[in-house]
Design a protein around this ligand. Structure first.
Ligand code: RIB
Length: 405
């Protein structure tokens, strides 16, 4: 591990525990006690911490000191902001929800081919239609949450290529209330090649993440005010994981409920489960997270228990037309799927996640929120295009068909 990273982790531990000890840190980081003493002396010289017998304590008073600016500005900013926002946003955030959702995620340009069936390797087939449209799990979820009447702040990064203006125009003219859209000098705007089968609306997707994976630490720390202001922080796994992890850490420390949609699956997700209040894998992701193949309700229950054991808060496994399963650590709750005339399942998971986040942010129970999200997603699969989301009233009307089973 690089020195800077270790020092940063020591600061995180200090923030959490208020004091750390050389004897504990050396085996933890697998380095000598001398190395740890050097780290603590370095941080002390920068005025960030103060030494105490056998270790160090956080030196809050010095957080504004000039000396700190000479150290790592991003780390200091992080602690300053967290400290300020924590003081101003106590636990009440968990009690009084006001419908505010902050989403960090991807923007992609979706290039969609409608096909009678999926091509085999080496085969060329004709598609019946070709559409270029907005997509990316983050952007789709931000739209879904906004259409579900949440007050959304969306954070994403695009390139400076021919697609960046397209991204800006789409997002700024949408119903998403506010956004932070970063631009990378060289990386391309993310894109996704999507086949949609006309047989059943199923899809195959190849994602090129591009600028989505270039979000810097500074860019994440800069959104601390938006995180502090949110009732819910929702994210996925299409960005560089360092950014996702930093944002989850900040939100968690601020007492903001975190929803992680672990899509597309990456084992990185396991690193942050202890800070995640709700995790929303589909069957494939749940299988990979748990090592239990999910193909029916019974296996979903076992997978949910296993994911919960690994540290996640509430587990919600989405199973498409088979419904969804909630496990909160005590009991399992099955949410039935709503009947739908499916033409394009692309973005169905995004519809569910955005709608679920919106409902939770408005103070609904997990079961109510999952039912609403399920109704919302059933309408989304009836529309072509991953970002094509239904409106709130239509979802309420479909929800009223719920028969309680
Ligand atoms: O979930 C659907 C989305 O996945 C598409 O919009 C595509 O861009 C990929 O991110």
């Amino acid at each position: 591990m690089f020195t800077e990273k270790r020092r940063r982790l020591i600061l995180e531990l200090l923030y959490k525990n208020e004091s750390v000890y050389v004897n504990d840190l050396a085996p933890l980081f697998n380095v000598s006690k001398e190395t740890i003493r050097n780290d603590l002396n370095f941080l002390t010289q920068k005025g960030v911490i103060k030494r105490c017998h056998g270790g160090a304590m956080i030196e809050n008073k010095t957080l504004n000191a000039e000396a700190i600016n000479k150290f790592d500005a991003t780390i200091i900013d992080f602690f300053k902001k967290i400290k300020t926002y924590k003081e101003n946003t106590p636990e009440k955030k968990r009690k009084k929800m006001s419908g505010k959702v902050c989403i960090l995620g991807s923007f992609n340009v979706d290039i969609i081919a409608n096909v009678g069936r999926f091509p085999k390797g080496g085969e060329s087939i004709l598609s019946t239609d070709s559409i270029i449209g907005p997509g990316g799990k983050g952007a789709n979820q931000a739209l879904a949450a906004s259409k579900s009447l949440a007050d959304v702040h969306f954070v994403a990064k695009v390139g400076k290529d021919q697609f960046s203006q397209f991204a800006y125009d789409h997002l700024s003219s949408s119903c998403i209330k506010s956004m932070t859209l970063y631009q990378h000098e060289e990386a391309k705007t993310g894109s996704a090649l999507i086949y949609v089968s006309q047989q059943d609306g199923e899809n195959m997707i190849a994602i090129y993440p591009g600028a989505n994976q270039c979000i810097t630490d500074e860019e994440v720390f800069a959104i601390t005010p938006e995180l502090a202001n949110a009732d819910i922080f929702l994210t996925q796994l299409e960005n560089n994981f360092s950014a996702t992890l930093n944002a989850i850490t900040i939100a968690h420390k601020l007492g903001v409920n975190v929803i992680l949609n672990p899509a597309p699956y990456s084992p990185d997700a396991l690193q942050c489960l202890h800070m995640v209040d709700f995790i929303t894998p589909n069957e494939t992701e749940a299988s990979l997270l748990s090592g239990i193949e999910v193909n029916n309700l019974e296996s979903a229950k076992r997978a949910a228990e296993c994911i919960k054991e690994q540290g996640a808060g509430c587990v919600i496994i989405t199973m498409g037309s088979k419904g969804a399963l909630i496990f909160d650590g005590k009991k399992h709750e099955y949410i039935q799927a709503f009947k739908a005339m499916s033409v394009d399942t692309t973005g169905a998971g995004d519809a569910f996640n955005g709608a679920f986040a919106a409902a939770i942010a408005k103070g609904e129970s997990v079961v109510q929120a999952a039912r609403f999200a399920s109704a919302f997603a059933s309408l989304a699969v009836e529309k072509i295009g991953a970002s094509n989301m239904p409106d709130h009233d239509s979802a309420l009307s479909r929800l009223s068909q719920y028969n309680g089973k």
